[in-house]
Design a protein around this ligand. Structure first.
Ligand code: SF4
Length: 135
């Protein structure tokens, strides 16, 4: 059986974003047509509530977070790095369990972004060899 695709939950209509909204992406849904897929939100899996304060990576990108050179800080100045790392590890575990090789991830997210400032989860999944596509 072809392994499923891991997809950012907000891209497929789940209201998982920091503001309690979704960002349903028609191109992503089209690309998922006929495939098995698993919607995950790493920030929710890391234990953060929804809605929650917006956050940014400070001092680098997702790769830098894993070596302690960067941190994820909310707009209110709270360090939520541990929750972001926990959520990334949860996604990694699901990917390993289901032999997932590909992830469709949300752009401009401190967890999911694949380009620009690469998110924490994107960095870890890339390090584990997944092919990442950004929507
Ligand atoms: Fe979407 Fe990823 Fe943000 Fe969750 S962490 S709301 S899946 S962009």
């Amino acid at each position: 059986m072809t392994p499923p695709i891991l997809v950012s939950a907000c891209l497929v209509g789940l209201c998982s974003r920091y503001d309690g909204e979704s960002r349903t992406n028609p191109a992503c849904l089209h690309a998922l047509t006929g495939r098995l897929w698993v919607p995950l939100c790493p920030e929710q899996l890391g234990g953060l509530p929804t809605p929650r304060p917006a956050a940014d990576i400070c001092g680098g990108d997702g790769d830098d977070v894993f070596v302690g050179a960067a941190h994820v800080i909310t707009k209110k100045g709270v360090d939520v790095t541990a929750s972001f790392v926990r959520g990334a590890r949860q996604c990694e575990q699901v990917a390993q369990m289901l032999d997932i090789r590909q992830a469709f991830l949300k752009a401009r997210s401190p967890s999911c972004a694949v380009t620009g400032v690469v998110g924490v989860t994107a960095a870890l999944l890339r390090r584990r060899g997944l092919a990442l596509v950004e929507f």
